[in-house]
Design a protein around this ligand. Structure first.
Ligand SMILES: NC(=O)c1ccc[n+]([C@@H]2O[C@H](COP(=O)([O-])OP(=O)(O)OC[C@H]3O[C@@H](n4cnc5c(N)ncnc54)[C@H](OP(=O)(O)O)[C@@H]3O)[C@@H](O)[C@H]2O)c1
Length: 385
C-alpha cells in the first residue's frame, strides 16, 4: 500500500527535495495534494508528473492563471483556508509542511489536531505557536522533524529517557560571515549573504543563517519539540556541517548524528520513519574528516543573542521576534535595508512589546500582525521604504 502524502510548499527548496525522494521511491507514496504560493510554472510540471487530486495556489492572481493551464480532473483550492484543509484531508496519512514563515502555523495545527503524522520543516510554526502545537499533540498526531539539527537530535534521543538528558547541542556552520566582525558587514550584498558555505536553501533561511537568527529560531523550535528547558540547549558552531546535533546524557556520554550536509537525509528519515533506506546520499569517508567546534560569537552576531533573550523571556516574545525578523529579512532581500539593520529593527520592536500569554491562535496572529506593522513602519520611517 502506498502512503498518501500531502506536501505544502512543494515548489520550495524542501518541497522539491521531498518530491525528488518520492520520485526515486514512487512505489512507497501516492501524492494526494501539492501547494505553491506563486511559482505556477514549476508547479505545473510537478502536478503533471505526480498527479495529485488536490492542489492549492495561494497567490490569487497566479491561482487564476493556473486555473487556465492546469490539467483536467484536478481540484484547485484557492481560499485562505486551503492549506488547513489540505493539512487535515481525511485521506492524508503523512503531511509535509515545507512552507516558509509563520504562515505555516495554521497548517501545522490543522495537521496535528486531525491526528496526522506531520513531517515538519516549517520551523517558524514551532517558534510562534510552540505552546499551541504542544497542547494539540496531547490529543494525538505526531511531529517528525525535518530540520537537520532537530532530525539529528530526534535520532540521538530514540530509545532514551528524557530524565537522562543533560544537554542538547544544536550545531551551525556559522554561515557565510563566520569569523567576520559585525561592523565589516555593513553594505554586504544580497548575493554574498545568500551564499551559504554548506547548504543550498531557500532565501529566507539563507539570510537567517547569515545573521545566525536561524540558530535562535532552532533553539526555540527544539525547546517545544523536545520539551527541554532552555538552560539545557546550547548552540555550537561546527564549520564542517557534518555533526548535525548532539545529546549529552547525565552519565557524561554524548551521542551525535553525523552525515553529509544534504537535506535529503533528514527528509527521507521523516518520510520513512522508523525505517531507513539504503543509499539516499553518498557515504562519508571518515578517514578524511576533521571536526571543529567553537562557541558562537554572540557579540558579532546580535541576532542570536536577541533570539536567545526572546526565548528566555517567553510568552509572546518569540512571536514578535519571528514577525520582525521575517519583515526585516524580506526587506533586506528587496535591498530596502542594510544587512546590519536587521537586528536593530527586531530589537526595537521587542523592546516596545507588552507580552501576553500564548493561549490561542487568535492571540498569536494578532501579536504577529502588530509586530509586522511596526516593523514596516520603522523601515518606512528610517529607511524611506
Ligand atoms: N531549505 C532548507 O534546506 C531548509 C533546511 C532546514 C529547514 N528549512 C525550513 O523549511 C521551511 C521551508 O524552507 P525552504 O528553504 O524550502 O523555503 P522556500 O524555498 O522559500 O520554499 C517555501 C515554499 O512555501 C511557499 N510559500 C511561500 N510563502 C507562502 C505563503 N505566504 N503562503 C503559502 N505558501 C507559501 C513557496 O511557494 P513559491 O515557490 O511560490 O514561493 C514554496 O513552495 C522553512 O521554515 C525553513 O526554515 C529549510
Amino acid at each position: 500500500m502506498r502512503k498518501k502524502i500531502v506536501i505544502l510548499g512543494s515548489t520550495g527548496s524542501i518541497g522539491t527535495q521531498t518530491l525528488e525522494i518520492i520520485r526515486n521511491f514512487s512505489e512507497h507514496f501516492e501524492v494526494v495534494a501539492l501547494t505553491t504560493y506563486s511559482n505556477i510554472e514549476l508547479f505545473l510540471s510537478q502536478v503533471v508528473e505526480f498527479r495529485p487530486k488536490y492542489v492549492a495556489v495561494m497567490e490569487p492572481v497566479r491561482a487564476q492563471e493556473f486555473k487556465k493551464i492546469m490539467p483536467e480532473g484536478l481540484e484547485l483550492l484557492t481560499s485562505t483556508e486551503a492549506l488547513m484543509e489540505l493539512a487535515s484531508l481525511n485521506e492524508a496519512e503523512l503531511v509535509v509542511n515545507a512552507l516558509v514563515g509563520a504562515v505555516g502555523l495554521r497548517a501545522t495545527l490543522a495537521a496535528v489536531s486531525s491526528g496526522k503524522v506531520l513531517a515538519l520543516a516549517n520551523k517558524e510554526s514551532m517558534v510562534v505557536g510552540g505552546p499551541l502545537v504542544v497542547e494539540a499533540l496531547k490529543k494525538g498526531g505526531k511531529v517528525l522533524p525535518v530540520d537537520s539539527e532537530h532530525s539529528a537530535l530526534f535520532q540521538c534521543l530514540v530509545g532514551e529517557k528524557k530524565e537522562a538528558v543533560e544537554k542538547i547541542y544544536i550545531t551551525g556552520s556559522g554561515g557565510p560571515f563566520r569569523g567576520r566582525k559585525w561592523s565589516e558587514l555593513k553594505g554586504v550584498g544580497v548575493s554574498e549573504a545568500l551564499a551559504h558555505p554548506r547548504w543550498k536553501m531557500g532565501p529566507k533561511i539563507s539570510i537567517d543563517s547569515a545573521t545566525l537568527m536561524n540558530k535562535g529560531l532552532e533553539v526555540i523550535e527544539a525547546h517545544f519539540l523536545f520539551q527541554i528547558p532552555y538552560e539545557k540547549i546550547e548552540v555550537v558552531i561546527h564549520p564542517e556541517s557534518l555533526v548535525h546535533g548532539l545529546v549529552e546524557f547525565i552519565d557524561g556520554s554524548i551521542k551525535a548524528q553525523i552525515g553529509p550536509a544534504d537535506m535529503r537525509l533528514p527528509i527521507e528519515y521523516a518520510l520513512f520513519y522508523p525505517q531507513r533506506l539504503e543509499r539516499v546520499v553518498d557515504r562519508l569517508n571518515l578517514n578524511h574528516l576533521t571536526f571543529h567546534f567553537e562557541p558562537p560569537d554572540l557579540n558579532n552576531f546580535p541576532c542570536l543573542k536577541i533570539a536567545l533573550e526572546a526565548a528566555r523571556r517567553g510568552k509572546s516574545y518569540p512571536v514578535v521576534l519571528n514577525a520582525a525578523n521575517e519583515v526585516a529579512v524580506y526587506s533586506f532581500l528587496k535591498e530596502e535595508i542594510d544587512f546590519v539593520t536587521i537586528p536593530a529593527i527586531i530589537e526595537k520592536i521587542l523592546e516596545d512589546h507588552n507580552p501576553v500569554e500564548i493561549n490561542d491562535l487568535e492571540t498569536v496572529e494578532k501579536v504577529d500582525r502588530l509586530a509586522r506593522e511596526q516593523a514596516q513602519k520603522i523601515i518606512k520611517q528610517e529607511c524611506g521604504f
